[in-house]
Design a protein around this ligand. Structure first.
Ligand SMILES: Nc1ncnc2c1ncn2[C@@H]1O[C@H](COP(=O)(O)OP(=O)(O)OP(=O)(O)O)[C@@H](O)[C@H]1O
Ligand SMILES: [Mg+2]
Length: 274
């Protein structure tokens, strides 16, 4: 597949879509995990990716973020064909992701976790350190200021000098989001950002995601809690057995017998009692 820039989308994509994929497929040692993921993620909205355990949601997120190559299919960020681009190139276009199992750097402090990968950091270039030390220093200071602001926003400021390994499960989920936000994403993929988190923190994280939407960030989030989906998501994509079963508003999907049979029937009761 090409990794060049294609201005006009071939299928899907377009200006209304921040991200789209067409007929993505992926097998692991001959076992099909994704058998046909096709969907658009509308710009500036929050879209949920739901479906049973093992439906292929995380695999799709891995592929969309460039961390895994698909066997076939295409994907676009806006109108740019980014099929099987490396993750660092996808990140440069403004797409960041978080992980279902938090991947903080436990040995570093909370603040350092935000500082390790800021975008376009002049200080990271050896040439800049020697030739433009003042610019590198200024960028370092700006990044630190920005990181502290983000930590304040996410309620992690007082923990800034703690090792990330010392954080609770919920705090690690917040740190995952804060690290992604540090890179100033245009598109944010969140893989179960609220899994295993207490109800008060679920509420807070929901608020943070809405704030990101209000700042113009497009969000695609894998989520099992339908109360959350109903509250904050504009659109829903249902993935079942590796393929897109349906897309639409949750209320529409609740009236879709195929969706209810594949997924919603199982989780409606569990979700409403959470
Ligand atoms: N690296 C891998 N090697 C082999 N099989 C894998 C790998 N990653 C995922 N799978 C398999 O692919 C299928 C889809 O997994 P995936 O993690 O994408 O599902 P999911 O929808 O995210 O599930 P969950 O809701 O439990 O997180 C599963 O059968 C899983 O066992
Ligand atoms: Mg998953």
């Amino acid at each position: 597949m090409t990794s060049g820039q294609i201005e006009a989308p071939i299928t899907g994509g377009g200006e209304a879509s921040a991200l789209s994929c067409q007929e993505i497929k992926k097998s692991f040692q001959g076992v099909a995990a994704v058998t046909g993921a096709t969907f658009d993620v509308p710009r500036g909205m929050i879209t949920a990716l739901i479906g049973p355990n093992g439906a292929g949601k995380t695999t799709v997120v891995n592929i969309l973020s460039g961390m895994m190559k698909s066997d076939s299919g295409t994907m676009h960020i806006g109108a740019t064909d980014v099929t099987n681009w490396e993750s660092f190139k996808i990140a440069r276009l403004g797409l960041m992701r978080t992980f279902q199992l938090s991947r903080e750097l436990g040995g570093l402090t909370v603040l350092e976790n935000l500082l390790v990968a800021p975008k376009h950091q002049a200080g990271e270039s050896l040439l800049n350190i020697f030739l433009r030390p003042r610019l590198a220093k200024r960028e370092e200071l700006e990044n630190t200021k920005r990181a502290l602001e983000i930590l304040r926003t996410y309620g992690l400021y007082d923990l800034r000098d703690n090792r990330a390994s010392e954080l609770s499960g919920g705090q690690k989920k917040l740190l995952e989001i804060a690290r992604a936000v540090m890179a100033q994403p245009k598109v944010l993929l969140l893989d179960e950002p609220m899994a295993g988190v207490n109800p008060a923190l679920i509420e807070r994280i929901g608020g943070y995601i809405l704030d990101l939407k209000n700042q113009g960030v497009t969000v695609l989030m894998v989520e099992h809690n339908l109360n959350v989906v109903e509250k904050i998501c504009d659109n829903v994509i249902v993935l079942a057995e590796g393929r897109t079963l349906a897309t639409g508003r949750l209320s529409e999907l609740r009236a879709n017998p195929e969706v209810v049979q594949a997924y919603l029937g199982e989780v409606i009761n569990a979700s409403t009692t959470r």
